[in-house]
Structure formats: structure tokens, C-alpha cells
Design a protein around this ligand. Structure first.
Ligand code: RIB
Ligand code: CA
Length: 314
């Protein structure tokens, strides 16, 4: 096997973030250098708590967890307790974390790690608002060419918005940060709602998690049982969309996914369409392509991978 791929997960857990982190920690193809928490689904003190809860659930209290930005670059924080519950990790009852938060700020960890590791050897995996990533790029522009790739969950085009008619939550919360990241010239792969709404935790898929017979399997089944309420009520879908695990699964098996390399711009000026990801899917402009925008997935292959890997965690 090739040397494991080094990643930093930037996250706002969030039940789906939790599953993405568990999948990464269960996969020897990946080395998680650290987890950086950002304000998003719930305030920062809870996302920093929840990230540690997930590491301990995976049996990995050795993973360094850092707290990052507690609000967007230029706007008030918008949270999503209506989706994720008041703790952000509602569903299973899990113990408070025993592992400590790292002293360093998440942005300093991102900058220092990218400067210390060989150029092109670290992939950033943002699963929430892009505030930490944009702050790091703004404070240390030298890190941009050192980033191997950014693989993020965010945005929507054909699927349109989930927090407003036009925008997906991660981009909506901090559109200025998204504009910086999408304009940084870094290799960028985007998992929008167009693809994440195709990986739904149906009853049989949820049962497969539970059938693992492990604390991780039970927790993931409880996460998705809780998390699906919003989407069932809004979209009438058959189960929770596993947004953030698409990022991890793409790192492990990119062939499960399909998309196009196109231009994607971020709306920051309009109140009506704030946070919209304007993807030039049909290439009707001469704007430079800056992102691989994913729209297709082999959903059965995704869940087979996810369930098998979760089964490796006790
Ligand atoms: O819109 C879905 C995204 O917003 C996911 O990352 C979910 O965790 C929330 O952060
Ligand atoms: Ca998230």
C-alpha cells in the first residue's frame, strides 16, 4: 500500500461530520494529522467538544483537536440546531470528552502543519463553514501552493439550497470565506448537495450500521435516526443524506464519484442569493474552471465502503 494520505479535517460536528471523521479514522489509507473545529452547526465550544467525543468513540484520544474561529469572517454566526439538536450531536448518549483540547488555535495548526510538512503532501478536508481555512490563507498566503488539495462538502447547483432557496448551509454561513477558498488557486474538489442528497440512510442501510453490533455501529445508527428528521420533513426523502462522509469516501475511492471541472463562483453581495455557488456546469462563460464539482455517486458502493470501514472500529 502507498504511504497513507495526510489530511486535516476541519469540521463543525454535526452527526454527518461525526460519520465522516469515523470513516477517516477507520481507514489506514489516511493519516489524520489533526482535527480543527469551527463554528457552524452549533457554536464553537460545542463543535470542539463534539470532535473530541467522536475521536474517543473511535478509540483515538491521540488525535489532536484544535478550536478555531467562533464566527464567520464578516457576518453573525448562523447555526443549525433545528437539524442537529441543541448539542449538535443529538441521537446517542455519549460521554463528555476526557481528552483535552489542544492549546494552539486551529488556524495556527493549519498554517504550521502546512509549512512543516513537505509541500503538496497535506489535503484539507473542510466539512463546515470555511472560516478557519480562509483565515489561514489570509494570514499565510504562502501555504496555498503547499496544499495538495482541498476536498470540501458545500454548495449546491441543480439541488439548490437547504438553508435558503439559493444556498447550502456551509457556504451560506460564511460566503466571504468561501469566496477566498474558491479563489485561492488550490486544487479543489467540491461535494455539493447535488451528490450528498444521493446517499440517503434508508432503513436497510441504518439497520446495517446497527447490525455491526458495536458501540460505533449503534452510535452511527442513532446519529442518522436523529439527523434524518429534517430532511424527511422537508424533502420527503427516505433517510438522512450523509453529506460530509462523501468527502472521506472520495479520498478513499474517488471512482465511486463523478463530476465536472468547472468554474464556481460564490455570491456574497445579494441578500436574496447570499452563499449561492454559481457553478458554470454548462460552460456558458469564459470564467476559469476552479473546482471539480461532483454530481454523481454509486450510492450502494458508498454504503458498502462506509459500513465495512465502520465495522473495523470497536
Ligand atoms: O448543508 C450540509 C452541511 O451543513 C453539512 O456539512 C452539515 O454538517 C452542515 O454543516
Ligand atoms: Ca458539517
Amino acid at each position: 500500500m502507498a504511504a497513507p494520505r495526510k489530511i486535516i479535517i476541519d469540521t463543525d460536528p454535526g452527526q454527518d461530520d461525526a460519520v465522516a471523521i469515523l470513516l477517516a479514522l477507520a481507514s489506514p489509507e489516511l493519516t489524520v494529522l489533526g482535527i480543527t473545529a469551527v463554528a457552524g452547526n452549533v457554536p464553537l465550544h460545542l463543535t470542539a467538544r463534539n470532535a473530541r467525543i467522536v475521536c474517543e468513540l473511535a478509540g483515538r484520544p491521540d488525535i489532536p483537536v484544535f478550536a478555531g474561529c467562533d464566527r464567520p469572517l464578516a457576518r453573525a454566526l448562523v447555526t443549525a440546531e433545528h437539524v442537529h439538536g441543541k448539542t449538535g450531536l443529538d441521537g446517542p448518549t455519549l460521554p463528555e470528552p476526557a481528552m483535552a483540547l489542544q492549546d494552539a488555535h486551529a488556524v495556527d495548526f493549519i498554517i504550521d502543519t502546512l509549512r512543516a510538512e513537505p509541500a503538496g503532501s497535506v489535503t484539507l478536508c473542510p466539512l463546515g463553514p470555511l472560516t478557519n481555512i480562509a483565515t489561514a490563507l489570509g494570514r499565510a498566503p504562502d501555504i496555498a501552493p503547499r496544499i495538495a488539495e482541498i476536498v470540501l462538502m458545500g454548495g449546491a447547483y441543480f439541488e439548490v439550497g437547504n438553508i435558503t432557496p439559493a444556498a447550502e448551509f456551509n457556504i451560506y454561513v460564511d460566503p466571504e470565506a468561501a469566496r477566498i477558498v474558491f479563489g485561492a488557486g488550490v486544487k479543489l474538489t467540491v461535494m455539493p448537495l447535488d451528490v450528498t442528497h444521493k446517499v440517503l440512510v434508508t432503513a436497510s442501510r441504518n439497520a446495517a450500521f446497527r447490525a455491526l453490533g458495536t458501540p460505533v455501529g449503534a452510535a452511527v445508527a442513532a446519529f442518522t435516526d436523529f439527523f434524518e428528521r429534517f430532511d424527511r420533513a422537508k424533502y420527503g426523502t427516505d433517510g438522512a443524506p450523509l453529506h460530509d462522509p462523501c468527502v472521506t469516501a472520495y479520498l478513499l475511492r474517488p471512482e465511486l464519484f463523478s463530476g465536472r471541472h468547472v468554474n464556481v463562483e460564490i455570491e456574497t453581495l445579494s441578500d436574496l442569493t447570499r452563499g449561492m455557488t454559481v457553478a458554470d456546469w454548462w460552460r456558458v462563460t469564459d470564467r476559469t474552471a476552479n473546482a471539480t464539482f461532483i454530481g454523481g455517486v454509486d450510492a450502494d458502493g458508498f454504503f458498502a465502503l462506509l459500513t465495512e470501514r465502520l465495522g473495523r472500529l470497536r
